[in-house]
Design a protein around this ligand. Structure first.
Ligand SMILES: *Cc1c(COP(=O)(O)O)cnc(C)c1O
Ligand code: SF4
Length: 337
């Protein structure tokens, strides 16, 4: 039964402590201690990053290798001083999200699909995030934004799919999601709902039977797109969460970002694809890094990226090779490299 109004959805919590539940680490010293590392092990470490603070759930830290400053999971969330370096071409809004706003929190770039920023909160802070500089207010997030976005979607009959993104859409609770899904399902021209999420690997317990049932019972065909960059992120708890989604009949895909020092290696990418499929997810996109200020140290050249993909194609069945793409502002789709 859906009785609460969308207007009651609370504003996005600020990008700070607690978004990962009570289990998130936000202090660099605590992270190092948990991993048996000393500051001297990471010369470039930023001990007090702000305003894009350290945020990582303990469940994710538990998947890292203690004593390894080069751990591929650690590298994704480790704040470094080199983030403050200014690099030509690296900007605060690299994919021009602000120009694609059709209603508060509603991005419409591609034919038939609109992307709804459900919340600004994330369960962890990826240092390479292309939205790391976009404040909720810039994107029009407020208590009323869902209602205005829904009205815009209802009015645009060219749309067949809505993507719930963020931030992290599964940080909304079931009651909030149910309202949102019901509102979308009531729009006759919509056929699919898609969720872009990192939670199945970060907080696998969020994937409850209730959540799976809510998605599979919707009139809209559900799809879920994960964000996993390395096979090490897919531990047994994540595998179990993904199995629940699969058993509920929900199509599960994965998008990764190509990151120097994390997954810029053919064997690592091959293992990721194999492990994803074992867990019930199909590799979808491998994104070239969006040039966001603070992330230049993650960049992999296009030449290297293409070589990696060519070698991957020579090793794996075609359905385990992700599409290498880059987002080009103004293009009609993610651009294949
Ligand atoms: C990436 C993206 C999509 C989804 O693109 P697909 O190619 O369908 O996965 C939709 N809307 C926006 C604004 C996006 O950035
Ligand atoms: S990449 Fe996704 S999960 Fe990571 S901080 Fe950005 S929005 Fe959040």
């Amino acid at each position: 039964m859906v009785t609460r109004s969308l207007l009651e959805i609370p504003p996005a919590p600020p990008l700070v402590k607690g978004n990962g539940g009570d289990s998130a680490i936000t202090a660099v010293t605590e992270l190092l201690a948990a991993l048996e590392l000393k500051p001297a092990d990471i010369p470039d470490l930023d001990p007090d990053p702000s305003p894009f603070c350290l945020l990582v759930p303990r469940e994710f830290v538990a998947l890292m290798q203690p004593g390894n400053p080069h751990d591929p999971l650690l590298r994704q969330i480790l704040p470094l001083r080199s983030e403050e370096r200014r690099v030509a071409g690296y900007v605060t809004d690299p994919v021009n999200d602000t120009a694609a706003l059709h209603a508060p929190g509603l991005l419409h770039k591609y034919n038939g699909r609109a992307l709804l920023l459900t919340t600004a909160a994330c369960a962890l802070h990826c240092r390479y995030c292309f939205r790391r500089h976009l404040q909720p207010a810039t994107l029009g997030m407020s208590t009323r934004h869902h209602a205005l976005a829904i009205a815009q979607i209802a009015q645009d009959s060219s749309l067949t799919e809505v993507i719930l993104s963020g931030g992290e859409p599964l940080l909304l609770d079931d009651a909030q999601l149910e309202i949102l899904l019901a509102q979308l399902a009531a729009i006759p021209h919509l056929r699919r709902v898609r969720i872009h999420t990192r939670l199945p690997t970060l907080l696998p317990t969020r994937i409850t039977p209730q959540l799976c049932a809510m998605l599979s019972n919707s009139r809209l065909t559900p799809a879920l797109v994960l964000h996993v960059n390395h096979a090490q992120e897919l531990g047994s708890a994540a595998a179990a969460a993904l199995q629940k989604l699969r058993h509920a009949g929900i199509a599960v895909f994965n998008q990764s970002v190509l990151l120097r020092g994390v997954n810029d290696d053919c064997a690592v990418l091959a293992q990721l694809s194999e492990r994803l499929f074992e867990c019930g997810a199909v590799p979808y996109y491998l994104h070239q890094l969006d040039p966001v200020a603070g992330a230049a140290h993650f960049q992999v050249s296009d030449v290297t990226a293409r070589q990696l993909l060519e070698r991957l194609r020579a090793q794996l069945p075609g359905y385990l090779v992700p599409r290498l793409v880059r987002e080009i502002p103004g293009a009609a789709a993610k651009y294949p490299l």
